[in-house]
Design a protein around this ligand. Sequence first.
Ligand code: ADE
Ligand code: ZN
Length: 336
Amino acid sequence: MLDEQLRHTIQQMPKAELHIHIEGSLEPELIFALAQRNGVTLAYPSVEMLREAYAFSDLQSFLDIYYAGASVLLTEQDFYDMTASYLARAAADNVRHAEIFFDPQTHTARGVPFATVIDGIWRACQDAPISAALIMCFLRHLSEEEALVTLEESLPHRDKFIGVGLDSSEVGHPPEKFARVFERARQLGLRLVAHAGEEGPPAYIESALDVLKVERIDHGVRCLESPALVERLVRERMALTVCPLSNIKLRVFDVMGSHNLRTLLDKGLAATVNSDDPAYFGGYMNDNFIAAFEALPLDASHARQLARNSFEAAFVDPEKKRAFLAEVDAFFANTD
Ligand code: ADE
Ligand code: ZN
């Protein structure tokens, strides 16, 4: 069991969340409430039966249910309510800053206007109890042309998001498929991230860096299969947004005791802890920290390193970053 003091430290320490899909924060209760509000019929008769369906064998088996859950989102208020609910949960976990992914194509494909999606999410961020920014993700199972159309559609809202990312089914959809759209995003001054090395091989992490020129790798846990890549990631201080509970639920690792988070830190990699899709994977930020710290040989020095890594990797201006890091250092100075 986790020592009470370490549990308290993990819960109370200031932290940033850098890998959260807002559609993955949609709790079954809210899915049902929104379905009722919008007159949408769900394939599951009750909250309990929907929750029971959350037994995944891999990424794709999760994505099928995740996209079905998102089908209840129709109005700007729906997107606002979902985001406000996540931000309140994050604040309760002492998340000070969140960089939130959203998947516009999941909604525009159903006829929901781009503006409805981003305005609801963005307005909740404006009203948030914590610092929050948005990253627009392209669905990699769709074509690059569709991603380019989405990027053009986003331009009237350019001031509402800070970057672009790449998510959905990884294997068979390598980063280089999106070379042109990431190049265009880079010209627009957007920050760049991509999911790579979750289920896909280390070569996908390399092409995310070399072709897409990303500044963080989402997941990246398979990097350990390539010592040369690990050396590069350490040298470039490239952050990995690791999601422990997600990796267990999607069977990237069999059990938390075999997760490689401690090894990543031991090798000097800039790993961070994040929740990915908290409503589907069994927990928010502190649940992820606690599950990892319970199963792995991690102590307060690792907690401090993970908190520092999260702010080091955040897309915030240098002054704000210094202030967050000073807050982490002051917190740990008081726990000694
Ligand atoms: N979309 C939501 N969660 C995801 C994940 N873990 N990997 C890829 N795409 C996602
Ligand atoms: Zn993800």
